[in-house]
Design a protein around this ligand. Structure first.
Ligand SMILES: O=C(O)[C@@H](CO)OP(=O)(O)O
Length: 199
C-alpha cells in the first residue's frame, strides 16, 4: 500500500554551461537518462510526470524509450521555479541569489509548489510515480517532507539524473528513502553539483 515518488532532475542540457533557460540534452545528458532508465527497470512505475521544459521532456522521452510500459505526461506543477523568497531566518549569504528574483516570480513559485505538494503527496496506494523536474523543485519536496525550515531548500542540490526517493505508508508521514543517489552514474556523468563529487 506504500506510495513511492522517484524525484529526478533532468539530464545535463547543452546550454547548461551558458546559463540559458532551456535546451536539448547534451550527449552526457542522454547517457544519464539511459542509465537512469536502467536503474529504474525493476520498479513497477505507474506514472511518469515531467516538467514541460525541453530538458525535462527529453529526459522523460529517453527514459520511456528504454521502459516502453511508461507513457510520460507533462505537468506545469513540475515547471522550474523559485519556491520561496528570503525569510527572516535565511542566512545572509543567500541574499545575492534573491537579488535577481522578482516578487512576482517568488509568488508564482510558492503557489506552484503549494499545488505540487498537495497533488503529489496525496496518498495513492501502490503508486510508483517518477517525477522528472528541476533542482529547486526537488529541493522543495525534500525540505517539505522533512519539515525543515523554509530556507533549507537552498542547501539541497541534486545532480542531473540523480535519484531521490520519497515514500509514504498509509496513515504515516512521508519518509525520505534516499537523496541524490548517484550509484547508476559513473563519475564522469555526475554533473550539476556545486562541487565535483569525490565518491
Ligand atoms: O538552474 C538551476 O539550478 C535549477 C533550478 O531549479 O534548474 P535545473 O534543474 O533546470 O538546472
Amino acid at each position: 500500500m506504500t506510495h513511492y515518488l522517484y524525484l529526478v532532475r533532468h539530464g545535463e542540457h547543452l546550454d547548461a554551461e551558458h546559463g540559458m533557460v532551456d535546451g536539448p540534452l547534451s550527449p552526457r545528458g542522454r547517457r544519464q537518462a539511459e542509465l537512469l532508465a536502467d536503474r529504474l527497470s525493476g520498479v513497477p512505475l505507474t506514472n511518469v510526470w515531467h516538467s514541460p521544459l525541453e530538458r525535462a521532456a527529453e529526459t522523460a522521452r529517453a527514459v520511456a524509450g528504454r521502459l516502453p510500459a511508461v507513457d510520460p505526461e507533462p505537468t506545469a506543477l513540475l515547471f522550474d521555479c523559485v519556491p520561496s523568497g528570503m525569510t527572516p531566518d535565511t542566512p545572509s549569504v543567500y541574499e545575492p541569489f534573491f537579488g535577481g528574483v522578482t516578487e512576482a516570480e517568488v509568488d508564482a513559485g510558492a503557489a506552484q509548489m503549494s499545488d505540487a505538494v498537495a497533488e503529489f503527496l496525496a496518498h495513492r496506494p501502490n503508486a510508483h510515480e517518477l517525477l522528472i523536474t528541476h533542482n529547486f523543485v526537488i529541493a522543495w519536496f525534500v525540505r517539505h517532507v522533512l519539515d525543515a525550515p523554509t530556507w533549507r531548500w537552498l542547501t539541497l542540490t541534486q545532480a542531473n539524473c540523480g535519484l531521490t526517493v520519497l515514500a509514504q505508508r498509509p496513515g504515516r508521514p512521508w519518509t525520505l528513502v534516499t537523496h541524490n543517489d548517484l550509484a547508476h552514474l559513473p563519475m564522469e556523468l555526475r554533473t550539476g553539483l556545486p562541487e565535483a563529487p569525490l565518491v
